[in-house]
Design a protein around this ligand. Structure first.
Ligand code: 5GP
Ligand code: MN
Length: 338
């Protein structure tokens, strides 16, 4: 964050504000962790702050301190709209264009609040008055830690804040192994543990609370995996029928896409998940090395994200989409095999 933006943020928070904090749709650990941590921090400074999420989030994140207070725009529509209408400041965390918040988009577009963006994705839009965008960052949670440091308040980080920030850094770095994990990330993590983050408990809460049906769904996904050796690519499909068979709950497919990358030589892994209600396939893309899935998702599947992790969607059926996908791959053969 440059000094001008830090100064502007300090000025903004030097007087009482009505603050709304917004994560992206289908919020993950980093989105929920960063928004809740910021809420706890702002409240400790005497501000009024509420997290308004576009929709629900997985059960494995519901233990997080403050999770009960999150307004869900789908479920708590009246209260959520009221909070957005009355906000003098809106923080948008872990996304960088308003198309990522689904049905909330028009309400934020109409708002006269001061917008603050904190985000680590590629190609930020320009809706924010105060912007902290850095694609080199491991996670939005690491950036919220930096924001607290810019505001000279590291000593105010409570156990709750530490637990929230630890969670998002852990989930967005694949437990501290992805490329954006730096020595600085580890220093931040060390400080969060010193400030009370319960690291072992957090790992357990996020990763070791499987249901039998989720493991069976994973079995189904792995059975469906198609390996395209000539492209160093593996993809998985899950139909709505398969999701229903295994009693799919939000968050159950989290991490499935990564299994493709555990195959020796595979550089590009994809999962196509049917969502009958929305009439789309939700797609996750992952890569190792220089192949940019952000660019791939942007070019062909109305999505985006990071170089090695991105998302997108398709309006076609599973069969039509995978057929199209395989046709597109032909143009990437050199990149994927060089
Ligand atoms: P996931 O595959 O875990 O849903 O998302 C991977 C990364 O891509 C995350 O950082 C997520 O925020 C981003 N992402 C997921 N879906 C979309 C999308 O439809 N559009 C854009 N721009 N980013 C996405
Ligand atoms: Mn993130």
């Amino acid at each position: 964050m440059n000094s001008e933006n830090i100064k502007a943020l300090k000025a903004l928070l030097s007087v009482p504000q009505k603050i709304v904090i917004v994560p992206h749709k289908n919020p993950d650990g980093d989105a929920i962790g960063s928004t809740l941590a910021l809420k706890h921090y702002l409240e400790s400074k005497g501000q009024q702050a509420v997290v308004v999420a576009p929709n629900d989030f997985p059960k494995f994140l519901k233990w997080m301190p403050g999770a009960n207070s999150i307004l869900n725009f789908e479920r708590d529509n009246g209260a959520a709209k009221k909070a957005v209408n009355e906000a003098s400041v809106i923080f948008t965390l872990d996304f960088n264009h308003l198309g990522r918040i689904g049905q909330m988009q028009p309400f934020l577009e109409e708002s006269n609040a001061t917008f603050v963006m904190v985000d680590h994705h590629q190609a930020p839009a320009d809706y924010a008055n105060i912007m902290y965008s850095d694609v080199a960052m491991s996670s939005t949670c690491e950036m919220v830690y930096n924001v607290i440091e810019f505001l000279d308040d590291l000593n105010t980080i409570s156990e709750d804040i530490a637990n929230c920030l630890y969670t998002g850094i852990m989930t967005d770095t694949g437990s501290f192994k992805f490329r954006a994990t730096t020595s600085r990330t580890h220093r931040v993590i060390a400080d969060l543990i010193e400030k009370g983050a319960k690291n072992t408990e957090i790992h357990h809460n996020i990763y070791d609370t499987n249901s039998p049906s989720r493991l069976h769904l994973l079995g189904c996904a792995l059975k469906n995996m198609v390996i395209l050796e000539e492209y160093n690519t593996a993809y998985i499909t899950l139909s709505q029928e398969e999701l229903d068979t295994y009693n799919y709950k939000k968050g159950d497919t989290e991490g499935f896409v990564n299994y493709g990358l555990t195959l020796d030589g595979i550089r590009f892994a994809v999962i196509f998940i049917e969502n009958k209600e929305e009439g789309i396939l939700k797609i996750s893309f992952r890569s190792v090395g220089d192949f940019s899935v952000n660019q791939f998702a942007r070019n062909h599947f109305e999505g985006g994200g990071h170089d090695n992790a991105a998302g997108g969607k398709s309006d076609l059926s599973i069969e039509e989409t995978t057929k199209r996908f395989k046709k597109i791959l032909i143009d990437y053969k050199a990149q994927l095999t060089s």
